[in-house]
Design a protein around this ligand. Sequence first.
Ligand SMILES: [Ca+2]
Length: 314
Amino acid sequence: MTTPRKIIIDTDPGQDDAVAILLALASPEEIEVLGITTVAGNVPLHLTTRNARIVCELAGKPDTRIFAGCDTPLARPLVTAEHVHGKTGLDGPVLPEPTMPVADLHAVDFIIDTLRAEAPGSVTLCPLGPLTNIATALEKAPDIAPRIAEIVLMGGAYFEVGNITPAAEFNIYVDPEAAKVVFACGAPITVMPLDVTHKALVTKPRNDAFRALGTPAGHAVAEMTDFFERFDKEKYGSLGAPLHDPCVTAYLIAPDLFEGRHINVEIETASDLTLGMTVADWWRVTGRAPNATFMGAIDDDGFFALLTERLGRL
Ligand SMILES: [Ca+2]
């Protein structure tokens, strides 16, 4: 029996964040969620915090600790994505207003305190939104960087390039200065870019399998993916909507589902045209030191089998 990995989920729910959180909370053998920190991203902070609470209650885990974080990127006004996720960020299913509390500590301080209190190399950070909270923690407390076991994040792209601009993926684009801090921090980083998540498509049979679970969580996930699929199908003309953020929590449970390369990744922060681009040295042409494992492939059938099985436990 292995010891579960201690993680902090840093998130801006978001339907796909919701699925990532549900997968983590359904997998106590592999994952111990120390807390969930919220950040502004897909929608403003008060909504991402509300949505995180809704998701924990949906999972039957109202004792999960939730900490509200930064409401604005480090150096820029917030860009949101209601055009994808709807006005609430969690449009689709009808879910009750949450009653569970938000902890009385800023997310950044929770991240710092936790990394200082737990054994070095025992806490994994799982950012699913803009990297504002993580970068702020690293800047406020540089001593935490060598204590981080791993940062497993959803963000960026190489072959798929961008989704919010022609050159940039949303999470990195919203706070490129924060991403630059994180990618330079020296901790081991694993990246789930669009190159992977665009292969994790919720086809109709996969969505039917969620609904067929016959549970509140299964039903809610089916309704969420139905909702954002409308946007994504129109945009990409693909077989279904990509399920971005659950790739992070699936990796913690079954890393063999993913393949990538340990390469150098730098963040563009100066150019108007390519702001927020993840300049990933996939072909190793620069000689710059590797700082991240950048994933490129996923066993999508294995991923959806895992996700459906775990959602069925909730
Ligand atoms: Ca997200």
